[in-house]
Ligand binder design. Structure first.
Ligand SMILES: Nc1ncnc2c1ncn2[C@@H]1O[C@H](COP(=O)(O)OP(=O)(O)OP(=O)(O)O)[C@@H](O)[C@H]1O
Ligand SMILES: [Mg+2]
Length: 271
């Protein structure tokens, strides 16, 4: 068992391919862990879309501080940018969509700085972070300095993937990026890859998911997240799947199983 009073387990959710379900995975895995009594912090490290923020708490008020302020203003601490969500135990460090009245290109803003890969790591290196059992980081699809910041601050990464050809290319690219970041952060490990938006109506889906399980074995999570139109509605209502479906719902079960699998994997890699 890992010591819950100790440092949080930090996990980046990433894939270079867009639209594979990274943000949905962060929201609903976080909620699944929180429902099971874990204290969870979600970090929106995709300020150009801020989808995690919009999905969970709606756009930030202009005067509120989020991750951009946390990166760019020395006096702003993690505690200053963490907000409650409607789900007990689930907290968010949201992202501003605009900063000081303009669209923000956070990766460009930090790109000329010394220690530019360490901004997130430094923000998380504080006593307040120890309030959480898990920190899950949502990243954007492009390979930006922000994704490198996320991986550099993490113990593990998870790659959500769909079963189409371009998602599989994204999966391979993501592993190459993670390998490079391991030079900065040797403790970084893959926790596994997750098939999302599994749609058995497409003829090749069963074949590709079987192929992935065969080729990657243990690397693939046992749980797969099925395509389910409820997920498309979640951001509109700022709800998690656990608030929109009952216990017998497919999405509810998928994400509860997935969060349990995460806890099991983390415990087994730590023993
Ligand atoms: N299991 C699912 N079934 C059906 N739709 C889903 C599922 N998971 C996510 N979606 C929908 O697919 C779209 C993309 O999902 P999401 O935003 O989570 O992907 P992403 O990888 O974070 O995208 P981006 O690369 O743009 O950040 C969204 O409209 C979302 O509601
Ligand atoms: Mg996203």
């Amino acid at each position: 068992m890992y010591d819950q009073s100790d440092d949080p387990i930090t996990i980046t959710v990433t894939n270079r391919k867009g639209g594979v379900g990274k943000t949905a995975t962060v929201v609903n895995t976080g909620a699944g862990l929180a429902i099971n009594g874990k204290r969870v912090l979600l970090i929106d490290l995709d300020p150009s879309q801020a989808s995690l923020t919009v999905s969970l708490i709606g756009p930030m008020a202009p005067e509120s501080k989020g991750i951009i302020s946390g990166f760019l203003e020395d006096e702003v601490t993690l505690e200053d940018i963490v907000y409650e969500t409607p789900t007990p135990n689930l907290y968010i460090a949201p992202s501003e969509k605009e900063y000081r009245g303009k669209d923000s290109f956070l990766d460009m803003a930090i790109s000329g700085e010394i220690g530019r890969e360490n901004f997130l790591k430094e923000l998380l290196d504080c006593e307040f972070a120890k309030n959480f059992d898990f920190i899950l980081i949502d990243t954007g699809p492009e390979l930006s300095l922000l994704t490198i910041n996320a991986l550099n601050a993490s113990d593990y990464f998870i790659v959500p993937t769909n079963t189409d050809m371009l998602s599989l290319v994204g999966l391979a690219d993501t592993f190459k990026i993670a390998d490079k970041v391991k030079k900065l952060n040797p403790k970084l490990k893959s926790l596994g890859s997750l098939i999302t938006k599994l749609d058995l109506r497409f003829k090749d889906t069963a074949g590709v998911s079987a192929f992935l399980k065969d080729q990657f074995g243990q690397e693939m999570f046992e749980t797969m997240i099925s395509t389910n139109s409820t997920f498309r509605q979640l951001p509109k209502f700022q709800k998690t799947i656990f608030e929109m479906e009952g216990k017998s719902g497919k999405g509810y079960k998928d994400f509860l199983n997935f969060s349990n699998e995460i806890v099991e994997r983390v415990e087994s890699t730590m023993n």
